[in-house]
Write a protein of this length. Structure first.
Length: 302
């Protein structure tokens, strides 16, 4: 496929899609497009009032459920209360460069929300997922490293962008290891990832603590280079419905993957490190208390 538009999304009747953080930005745009194609779309959002406001702008069957990814109790409550089959789970919600904060469970806010919250949610819902899991990463993953000695920024000086980059790298490592485990369990579910390029959304939090050069670059990029949230949602939609293999990574096909029609794109060497992906998975299980729920067939076990 050389181009992809919302018009190429197949009919989604009788399919259920859960999208985290779907009350704004690319999550809202993706939800709107999928609902218009007949999907039953569940907006999993921290603020149900904002979710209801977003739902009123969409056609089709759109439901709103509360989910706070920065609180594992909320993640468990959501998963326990959702017993219907899920055709597509889109792990879209995320924070970008806020001041240092902690989740309800004490994790650094970006790592805890962007990675650990989605890690727990996916594994808790996995027995009911029958299609694919799409996790939204970022080009920022290329600047990321996984610091296993200080995943939650409790020892070193906090750097918001580096914490963000770590969380986005974690998204890709999570996708890779999830797909490996799904394959080993002989599951038909696919794990894929996407990134929006440079999209003009309200994801950006606070840049006050970042270096002046980074703030200036961001301002110029958003004002002159960023694509709309509708275009930014296209890689997510492509990853959700296109005929692509498990482990794929979709992003804009234009200059520096910043904008343009979605296609399968590359990722950093760090994001392809299988040993790091497995180690991160085990660390995430330890931190969240949530484990991979599917049985492994004897013929595929290690």
């Amino acid at each position: 496929m050389t181009t992809f538009t919302p018009g190429q999304i197949p009919a989604m009747n009788n399919r259920t899609v859960v999208i985290t953080g779907a009350n704004s930005g690319i999550g809202r745009a993706a939800a709107r497009a999928l609902a218009a194609k007949g999907a039953r779309v569940v907006l999993a959002v921290r603020d149900p009032a904002k979710g209801q406001a977003a739902a009123t702008t969409m056609t089709g069957k759109v439901l709103v459920r509360r989910l706070d990814l920065a609180d594992l109790a909320s993640v468990r409550t959501f998963a326990e209360g959702f017993q219907d089959p899920i055709d597509v789970l889109i792990n879209n919600a995320g924070l970008m460069v806020p001041p240092l904060g902690r989740t309800a469970d004490g994790f650094e806010l970006q790592f805890g929300t962007n990675h650990l919250g989605h890690f727990a949610l996916t594994n808790l819902l996995l027995p009911r997922i029958r299609g694919r899991v799409v996790t939204v990463s970022s080009n920022g993953h290329r600047a990321g490293t996984i610091d296993f000695d200080d995943l939650n920024w409790e020892r070193k000086p906090y750097r918001a962008f580096r914490a963000y980059a770590q969380s986005k790298l974690a998204n890709l490592l999570f996708t890779a290891e999830l797909q490996r485990r799904l394959t080993e369990a002989a599951s038909p579910v696919l794990a894929v990832a996407a990134h929006p390029g440079l999209a003009a959304t309200n994801l950006i939090g606070h840049l006050d603590g970042e270096p002046l050069r980074r703030r200036l670059v961001h301002t110029v990029a958003v004002n002159f280079l960023a694509q709309s949230e509708q275009d930014g949602a296209l890689p997510t939609l492509y990853a959700a419905v296109a005929d692509i293999p498990g482990g794929s990574y979709a992003g804009p096909g234009g200059l520096l993957q910043g904008r343009g029609a979605p296609k399968l794109v590359g990722r950093s060497k760090a994001a392809r490190d299988a040993a790091t992906a497995r180690r991160l998975w085990l660390a995430s299980e330890e931190l969240t208390g949530v484990r991979f729920p599917l049985p492994v067939t004897p013929s595929r076990s290690r």
